[in-house]
Design a protein around this ligand. Structure first.
Ligand SMILES: Cc1ncc(COP(=O)(O)O)c(C=O)c1O
Length: 400
């Protein structure tokens, strides 16, 4: 897997700094929180604004075939190609939360069976499955994830501990929001299928961070939020619905209910603003024109590797909660500092240094989570490490 090595050449540094100028991010803000929500590049927002203006010149026709409808279908095609599936298998939803509601409400859940997930699924995903499980008489079984695992087998092993013939559904994240861990999706899908269970993947963080090839994964469902690493406008998500699930009941009922043969019947329904979905295609073009595979991903893996090395070298008490290798880690780096309140550190980073970071729960640990994308550069990492060192050396109220 190609990873850009540090130090970069002056030409490379200048190139990524020029890319950063294509964002609206303030110069005095160090944005290391793209894991929660990514900044859309200027060309994406400019396209959306110009479409909004054009829409309003003739809203009736322009929301349909005269303007927006073909552009949205083009976005669907570009996204399908980016994630390795057919456009007919992609529903355009608002986000992962809405996407996961499709199987939650659509599948026939069998009383007495089990839904298996880890202790690090995103809060809303865990709670929607707990809610429906209680209503339909199923058990939610939760297995602890090693943080960090030594190898991908330990992740498979963790799920294998909880799976049985009673398992109807396995829900897991492609990239964990808690630790940044990248999971062996294919092997986890195989494990679910070995027990006759469905494999449903929460890919909220994956699209735009790790290679996503849905047709190779063999999953029964995949959903993602395109406003994170793909940098699409806010409120743009996707759901992959295979032919085997295509006949299930949509979570929201509206037009197109009997239009079998297309996952578009699970799209956001009713009158809506389509300009954001039109901007999705521009966001994909933006990254593809730079070169997602050849440039963006190697650069970001290099940046994350540099961040990890700086944490280990300069914050001597820190423990990484993400594996070092690029097979199990992507663009989110997490670590703990024993005896330190990470929430307070994250607040000081923002209040005193204008550095956006996150303090999140990873199983029974609280960790600091640093997201680095291609709008970040090596200076951002140095600024973060220096600010963190100052806080640790000078603040006495951060001790637990
Ligand atoms: C792993 C994971 N799943 C689901 C979600 C929900 O995403 P959204 O708020 O875009 O629906 C998040 C949000 O951060 C997440 O990290």
């Amino acid at each position: 897997m190609p990873v850009s090595s540090h130090p970069l050449s002056k030409a490379e540094i200048d190139f990524w700094k020029s890319i950063r100028k294509q964002f609206y991010l303030k110069d005095d803000v160090t944005y290391l929180q793209g894991g929660t929500v990514g900044p859309s590049p200027r060309p994406v927002i400019e396209h959306v604004i110009s479409l909004l203006q054009e829409l309003e010149s003739d809203p009736l026709n322009n929301q349909g075939d005269a303007l927006l409808h073909p552009i949205v279908e083009e976005s669907r095609r570009k996204l399908a190609m980016f994630v390795g599936t057919d456009p007919q298998r992609i529903a355009l939803v608002i986000n992962t939360t809405m996407g996961m509601n499709i199987p939650v409400h659509g599948l026939s859940l069998e009383r007495g069976r089990e839904i298996l997930m880890s202790d690090q699924e995103y809060g809303s995903i865990q709670s929607m499955w707990e809610y429906i499980a209680e209503e339909k008489g199923l058990e939610v079984r939760i297995v602890p994830l090693p943080t960090p695992p030594e190898n991908p087998n330990q992740v498979i092993e963790a799920f294998a501990q909880g799976i049985s013939d009673k398992t109807q559904i396995v829900v897991f994240s492609h990239v964990y929001c808690s630790s940044g861990l990248v999971t062996p999706v294919k092997a986890l899908c195989r494990l679910a299928h070995d027990y006759g269970a469905l494999a449903l993947v929460d890919g909220a963080h994956a699209v735009g961070m790790v290679p996503v090839d849905i047709s190779d994964f063999g999953c029964d469902f995949y959903t993602s939020s395109c406003h994170k690493w793909l940098l699409a406008p806010k409120g743009v998500g996707m759901a992959y619905i295979p032919e085997s699930l295509e006949s299930i009941r949509p979570a929201t009922l509206g037009f197109g209910l009997n239009q079998h043969g297309s996952a578009a019947r699970f799209d956001v329904t009713g009158t809506k603003d389509l300009t954001h979905f039109a901007g999705l295609g521009t966001a994909i073009d933006f990254q593809k024109e730079i070169g997602w595979t050849e440039k963006i991903r190697p650069y970001c893996l290099g940046l994350a590797a540099y961040l990890k090395s700086q944490i280990l070298e300069k914050i001597t008490t820190a423990n990484l909660t993400i594996p070092i290798d690029a097979e199990q880690s992507g663009f989110m780096t997490t670590f703990t500092i024993p005896g330190i309140d990470h929430g307070k550190v994250s607040n000081y980073l923002w209040q005193n240094y204008q550095i956006e970071s996150a303090s999140v729960q990873a199983g029974n640990k609280t960790v600091l989570r640093i997201s680095t994308h291609f709008y970040n550069n090596y200076d951002d990492v140095d600024r973060f490490i220096s600010a963190l060192t100052n806080i640790l050396n000078t603040r006495t109220d951060i001790k637990e």
